[in-house]
Design a protein around this ligand. Structure first.
Ligand SMILES: NC(=O)c1ccc[n+]([C@@H]2O[C@H](COP(=O)([O-])OP(=O)(O)OC[C@H]3O[C@@H](n4cnc5c(N)ncnc54)[C@H](OP(=O)(O)O)[C@@H]3O)[C@@H](O)[C@H]2O)c1
Length: 307
């Protein structure tokens, strides 16, 4: 699978990572099958968060099911996140360091490759975050840092205090929910799509060598199910996806993936499937390069305007 450089770090990561938010109720054997399918497909990076499943539960399921050796651990890239607590966000130094310790225990490892601040904490003190990142760097518990759902201003505020580069910003992005791309395409127009809600976050990430990671790549806005196969909500989009899938002899999942990875920002897809079969069907998308007319046809068929 194609790899991308993670931000300004020397880490090369696969164009697709596997998100582990939904594995809490999977049996050990099923988790092992999912991970081994991922590795077979070149998906060697796994995305976690302390909050997934509640109180490190998904990390715990992952660590228990794998029971891996130190050398197996070194073959993969583990990313986790912290900062979402029950009803509030917490980017205090104390919480960041404590959450990482719990993630390491649950995942049965002594380091995270990447730690992301999950959501912007309105009460965040940049110097405290810097202190936590320094502590985690010095102890070798975290190798690289980033953010998720952060704006340009929030990233710049952090960058003014934090010594380590912010290598990633994980944002919600799919064919059916693409405001960070669509806003710019409709700039200046008297149309709802032209409202700039993200403050040009995608361009900012490109200019600052920050890898954008796309969360919920197969779903639309909100928490509804996937857009693939949902002909009630996305009839035109599914027609185009199915036609291109037939043309390229891949599955519709691969087209959903390819639409994201085709973007020149070299966006990393964070797939959330718990199905080895769906993972296998999505993976070829990372190496499929859609033409411009195809990319834009998919974009239009998802309801975006190209004025
Ligand atoms: N940073 C953040 O704030 C944030 C927020 C949410 C998620 N995330 C990360 O992003 C990852 C992915 O998020 P996600 O799970 O919402 O992503 P997703 O890949 O868009 O959606 C996965 C869900 O859609 C279902 N699905 C996918 N394709 C399908 C199809 N063709 N037909 C039927 N069902 C299909 C999957 O079911 P099956 O399991 O049965 O395939 C699964 O329930 C998470 O695991 C997490 O790591 C981050």
């Amino acid at each position: 699978m194609r790899t991308v450089a993670l931000g300004s770090s020397d880490l090369l990561v696969p164009a697709i990572a596997l998100g582990c938010m939904r594995i809490k109720h999977l049996e050990d054997a099923r988790i092992r099958e999912l991970i081994s399918t991922a590795l077979d497909e070149g998906v060697t990076m796994f995305d976690h968060a302390d909050i997934y499943g509640g109180d490190h539960a998904c990390e715990e399921r992952f660590g228990t099911a794998l029971g891996w050796s130190a050398s197996e651990r070194e073959q993969v890239i583990l990313q986790s996140k912290c900062g979402i607590r029950e009803g509030y966000y917490d980017a205090s130094a104390e919480h960041i360091v404590a959450s990482v310790d719990e993630s390491l225990r649950a995942l049965r490892t002594d380091y995270l490759d990447i730690l992301l601040l999950h959501r912007p904490d309105a009460l965040m003190e940049p110097d405290e975050v810097a202190e936590a990142f320094d502590t985690l760097t010095a102890s070798g518990k975290v190798r690289a840092f980033g953010v998720s759902n952060h704006s340009r201003g929030q990233m710049e505020l952090l960058r003014a205090s934090v010594a380590q580069p912010l290598v990633a910003n994980q944002l919600q992005l799919s064919l059916a929910h693409a405001p960070v791309i669509a806003e710019g395409v409709a700039l200046n127009m008297a149309h709802a799509q032209s409202v700039d809600r993200s403050g040009g976050i995608l361009d900012y990430c490109r200019m600052t060598s920050t890898t954008v990671q796309a969360w919920s790549p197969m779903r639309g806005p909100g928490w509804e199910g996937p857009f693939l196969g949902d002909r009630d909500r996305f009839p035109g989009l599914n027609d185009v996806v199915d036609r291109l899938a037939a043309e390229y002899q891949v599955s519709p999942e691969a087209i959903g993936t390819a639409w994201i990875t085709r973007h020149p920002a070299r966006i990393q897809v964070v797939l959330g499937t718990t199905s080895p079969e769906r993972l296998r069907r999505s993976a070829p998308g990372a190496d499929l390069v859609l033409t411009r007319p195809q990319w834009y046809e998919l974009f239009r068929s998802a309801g975006h305007i190209v004025p």
